[in-house]
Ligand binder design. Structure first.
Ligand code: GDP
Ligand code: MN
Ligand code: MN
Ligand code: MN
Length: 255
């Protein structure tokens, strides 16, 4: 497989049509996977915000008093308020905020980003990233680029390990996972549990190309990769019943 950035994309503005911006700068997209950083999806969708828009609740005040920002200063309670408003559940409130976003992604600070955001304080994640991915996919198809799968990505931390990596927030034109269950290994043993989250694996690979700083490469074209014949699944976000880690966090919180 080959991953190449879509070069020369401008600073993305509210109302921009990402499919158009990308189609103008890339050809031979048929049959590829296109990854797009959520940062530019959010910018195009006008998901910027400013701290002054968040009148602080007592809860946000209380939360902020327990957390320090990177400079060791007490967290701005307006930021805590923004995180609460983007979230359906607060799982950890100190030493950092871990929440579930409205579309099911569990991440620090509800994924609110302060990097690569000119003119505003905050960039919120797209409201419904799979719908964003579908709009881009449809926009490309309307411009003659058939059979493109689209993944909206973000850089995210993970439990148990240092470092961040790319993850998929939303996807369109392909399933999220490849189900290996029932396949056989080299010894003929049947695989019982392996469901491969291909959208996350592609997002992580693409993140190597986008970089995290000033590179200016939010979109990556993945060529010569195929989903293949295995059964697909769109389950990515675990439900509470199915999520031991989240259940443990809830118990720990209420003790
Ligand atoms: P995130 O992982 O979705 O939070 O996005 P990042 O902030 O890590 O940015 C991913 C890539 O997109 C980096 O190469 C940034 O330099 C680039 N980027 C961010 N915003 C823009 C933009 O408006 N235009 C362009 N051309 N690149 C951008
Ligand atoms: Mn960022
Ligand atoms: Mn981000
Ligand atoms: Mn990133």
């Amino acid at each position: 497989m080959e991953l190449t950035p879509v070069t020369d994309l401008p600073e993305v503005r509210p109302g921009d049509d990402l499919a158009e911006l990308i189609a103008d700068r890339a050809d031979d997209l048929e049959g590829t996977v296109l990854t797009v950083a959520s940062t530019v999806v959010s910018k195009a969708e006008g998901r910027t915000a400013d701290l002054e828009e968040y009148p602080v609740s007592a809860r946000a005040e209380e939360i902020a008093a327990h957390i320090e920002d990177v400079a060791g200063e007490e967290k701005d309670p307006r930021f805590a308020q923004a995180v609460l408003e983007e979230s359906t559940e607060l799982l950890v409130e100190a030493p950092f905020l871990l929440t579930e976003t409205r579309f099911g992604h569990i991440t620090v600070n509800a994924g609110i980003d302060r990097s690569n955001v000119p003119e505003h304080d905050l960039l919120l994640l797209p409201k419904r990233p799979s719908e964003s991915a579908e709009r881009i996919r449809q926009g490309l198809e309307d411009r003659g680029h058939e059979d493109v799968s689209v993944i909206v990505t973000d850089t995210s931390g993970r439990p148990f390990r240092h470092g961040q990596r790319g993850v998929a927030l939303g996807w369109a034109g392909m399933p999220a996972s490849r189900d290996w269950r029932g396949e056989r290994d080299r010894d003929g043993r049947e695989l019982g549990v392996t469901v491969q989250s291909v959208v996350d694996e592609l997002a992580a690979a693409a993140n190597l190309v986008t970089g995290e700083g000033a590179d200016g490469n939010p979109a990556v074209v993945v060529r010569d990769w195929e989903f293949g014949d295995l059964e697909g699944s769109d389950e990515l976000y675990r439900s509470v019943e199915d999520d031991l880690v989240r259940q443990a966090l809830r118990e720990w919180r209420f003790e």
